[in-house]
Write a protein that binds this ligand. Structure first.
Ligand SMILES: Nc1nc2c(ncn2[C@@H]2O[C@H](COP(=O)(O)OP(=O)(O)OP(=O)(O)O)[C@@H](O)[C@H]2O)c(=O)[nH]1
Ligand SMILES: [Mg+2]
Length: 299
């Protein structure tokens, strides 16, 4: 028998929510030590609920990344993304609200107001590495705490990892006691095929400048899994004919680059060689209503 009592094992869902672009997906990836959720400089990169698993001796944390909560333009796609964001928070055992250390904005305020009561709520003030003036950080924390009460407020950097372990520990302390619900070596609840669509979409977000058509998405037509090879046929869907040449680029340069960068990531993810073919199709109105959005995988 050990002399010191062994702490009880804990397990539960930790929602990662906040307005677009504050670093939620970067945080998820740092927490689980792997690139799982796609990231980019553009707002609303994440469009789905994605679970990333961290198994430690004392706990299994099921972190749930979510789309950035949008308070401005309100098309059908935005409405669906906002609903996903709120659902992720409502279903969690602990909620991490992520904001940007550069300042507490109206969008943060609205998000904080919408979060459910009665759940442990932690505020992670991210990108602290990019703020030299620490009094600014103190001001932000004062302002945020005056508007909503947080169980903990932690300045972090999802890029450097500063205080990310502390944030995880604070979550563990608030999770229900219980056994792990997933295998110890599980990384996510998502399929390889789903992760493949995401990695391709990431390249769209990263390789297109401001001309990125917001109403673009990726569907996998065929995903063949062989022991040492994946054969992937995917289509980039855009809503207007005029968007097609933007994706293709002059002489097809751009789509070639999207495909070759995506292939490198797909190979890393699958641990095999990958053969990837990309197509572009126009599907007018695919993002215009919730029924067709569902057909493209948006819940
Ligand atoms: N300097 C700095 N940049 C960061 C940090 N965390 C994230 N970023 C950058 O912020 C940008 C947005 O990061 P994401 O992780 O995609 O943000 P997100 O909140 O998931 O965004 P959406 O999914 O669009 O809502 C990227 O360019 C990241 O590299 C950080 O701690 N420090
Ligand atoms: Mg994201």
């Amino acid at each position: 028998m050990p002399d010191t009592p062994v702490a009880e094992h804990r397990c539960g869902y930790v929602a990662i929510v906040g307005r677009p672009n504050v670093g939620k997906s970067t945080l998820l990836n740092y927490l689980i030590g792997q690139k799982l959720s796609i990231t980019s400089r553009k707002a609303q990169t994440t469009r789905h609920r994605i679970v990333g698993v961290l198994s430690r001796p004392d706990a299994q944390l099921l972190f749930v990344d979510s789309p950035g909560y949008q308070t401005r333009s309100m098309g059908p796609l935005n409405r669906v993304l906002n609903r996903t964001s709120q659902q992720v928070a409502a279903d969690a055992d602990v909620v991490i609200l992520v904001c940007d250390a550069s300042g507490w904005t109206d969008a943060d305020r609205e998000m904080a107001r919408l979060l459910p009561n009665g759940l442990p709520l932690l505020l992670a003030v991210n990108k602290s590495d990019s703020v030299a003036d620490k009094s600014r950080l103190a001001r932000l924390i004062g302002q945020a705490s005056a508007e909503r009460s947080f169980d903990e407020v932690v300045p972090i950097s999802a890029r450097t990892g500063h205080q990310v372990k502390l944030l995880a520990d604070l979550c563990v302390a608030r999770l229900p006691v219980g056994p792990s619900v997933l295998e110890e070596d599980a990384l996510t609840d998502r399929s390889e095929r789903f992760l493949a669509t995401e990695l391709i979409r990431e390249k769209l977000f990263r390789l297109l400048g401001d001309e990125l058509p917001y109403e673009s998405t990726v569907v996998i037509e065929k995903y063949e899994e062989m022991p040492r090879l994946r054969r992937v046929f995917a289509t980039i869907i855009v809503a207007r004919e005029a968007h097609k040449p933007i994706i293709l680029g002059a002489g097809g340069e751009r789509i070639k680059r999207i495909a070759s960068e995506a292939r490198v990531d797909l190979e890393k993810m699958a641990g095999t060689k990958v053969y990837l073919e990309l197509f572009v199709k126009v599907r007018g109105g695919w993002a215009d209503n919730e029924t067709s959005l569902r057909a493209y995988g948006y819940e």
